[in-house]
Write a protein that binds this ligand. Structure first.
Ligand SMILES: Cc1ncc(C[n+]2csc(CCOP(=O)(O)OP(=O)(O)O)c2C)c(N)n1
Ligand SMILES: [Mg+2]
Length: 141
């Protein structure tokens, strides 16, 4: 599975469909912000009973944009304010969103919970989403 934007939910679904006959596991990783561009594909995965696992790497922000803006050392850095880059108010409930589109979903807070859920998701023939809670810190150490 390619990384970055290529592993968006539609790409995950496409890969899953194309290699379905080979019976190989398909796991897609995507950020919370990017997932919102394409979340309708969850319904498609449910509709066609595609057994892909969608993993949301959820830092409740557009972290890459905050990092880049911070590196410019301007007002955002001084005021510690990143307008339009926080996905907190209201928080997005990906578990409910996924279930509402027909895809089973669970929340994971640790690495072990995440890997256990991925293993569980890959056992079935229907899609599953895992919402993984990440650290929101983004500044260089
Ligand atoms: C349709 C679309 N709109 C905007 C962008 C620009 N863009 C690239 S990454 C990104 C934010 C990604 O946020 P997230 O998926 O939460 O990843 P994070 O950086 O937080 O890990 C944006 C807005 C894009 N690639 N595609
Ligand atoms: Mg994010």
């Amino acid at each position: 599975m390619p990384s970055g934007t290529s592993s968006s939910p539609p790409e995950t679904r496409k890969w899953s469909q194309s290699i379905h006959a080979l019976d190989r596991p398909v796991v897609g990783l995507i950020g919370d912000g990017s997932a919102m561009y394409t979340c309708q594909t969850l319904w498609t995965a449910a509709h066609y009973r595609i057994g892909a696992v969608f993993v949301i790497l959820n830092n409740k922000s557009y972290r890459i944009l905050k990092q880049r803006l911070h590196a410019m050392r301007g007002h955002a850095e001084q005021a510690d304010t990143y307008v339009g880059m926080e996905l907190l108010d209201p928080p997005i409930d990906f578990v409910s969103l996924s279930r509402s589109l027909g895809v089973a979903a669970e929340r994971a807070k640790t690495l072990h919970e995440t890997t256990d859920l991925i293993a569980q998701g890959l056992k079935g023939n229907s899609p599953m989403l895992i919402d993984v809670e990440l650290d929101r810190a983004f500044k260089p150490m």
